[in-house]
Design a protein around this ligand. Sequence first.
Ligand SMILES: [Zn+2]
Ligand SMILES: [Zn+2]
Length: 342
Amino acid sequence: MKAMLLTETGPVSEGRDSLVLREVPDPEPRQGEVLVRVAACGVCHTELDEIEGRTPPRRLPMIPGHQVVGEVVAQGAGVTGMDNGTRVGVAWIFSACGHCEHCVAGDENLCSEFCATGRDANGGYAEYMTVPAAFAHEIPECFTDAEAAPLLCAGAVGYRSLRLAGIRNGMRLGLTGFGASGHLVMMMVRHRYPDTEVYVFARQREERDFALQSGAAWAGDTRETAPAKLHAIIDTTPAWLPVIKALENLEPGGRLVVNAIRKEDTDRQQLLGLDYPRHLWMEKEVKSVANVTRRDVREFLDLAAGIPMRPVVETYALGEANRALIDLKMKHVRGAKVLCAR
Ligand SMILES: [Zn+2]
Ligand SMILES: [Zn+2]
């Protein structure tokens, strides 16, 4: 099969092919796994971190891609109830041990043996991939392959963040940063919590305009103070300043949910501005989001189908993955980038 391989980490830039198109043996489904013929695979910011070496893959070469939609075409031993032709999605969670205290409690995202698709196991930048059948998710019929792909990461992680924010209808919610995930969270909030006002903090004018068009009650710069205190804020930025500012904008007892896989070291001195009475006192909470569970992915797909949520997508051929990564990094075009097989 054809696959886009990451053979060494390094900067994603014009004139340098981060991934190489290679012919590799078709993967074979092992015990409990299914073989999926990939129809679409989303391109995610986390892959830039992986390819550029900030969160490197477990081994090289690796096939990236953790927002995969395709059709089951073969089963390994012991697989039942997932026939050929079933349309499935594969998300960031590729597998977890299933028996540690976190897995047993339903927090498989915290498992020490958590395997991430496209980082710890080959992902969907290829014509085929294998995945444990128990970690493949049926895709609701209302979505095309390309529409469903970006929902599997930005959508599912956004859903988990919103769940951890713990708001009820009518509470005020803040979002710092307004990218793919923020936009999807906004749609979920408007559907599930219609009386909740959303306040958006974003550095770029275009992001703020986009937030207001999407239904934000207010949008301002990350340095600004919101016109009302907020019950919860979800931070999706890679910087520290928005964390400090968000704490200042919280209601007493409010919760900040940090949905970021890493924060920039160069920005760390902002933490020196942390002032206990202003930022943390009054029982404010800070919580991070790590990975996703199968429950997050499945509940989110149901919710997304009920709205229905239609992400704006821009498609590329598999062999154009390097172009898609550069466009993503340079923010060339709005809309989720998706590699399509046909
Ligand atoms: Zn992702
Ligand atoms: Zn476990």
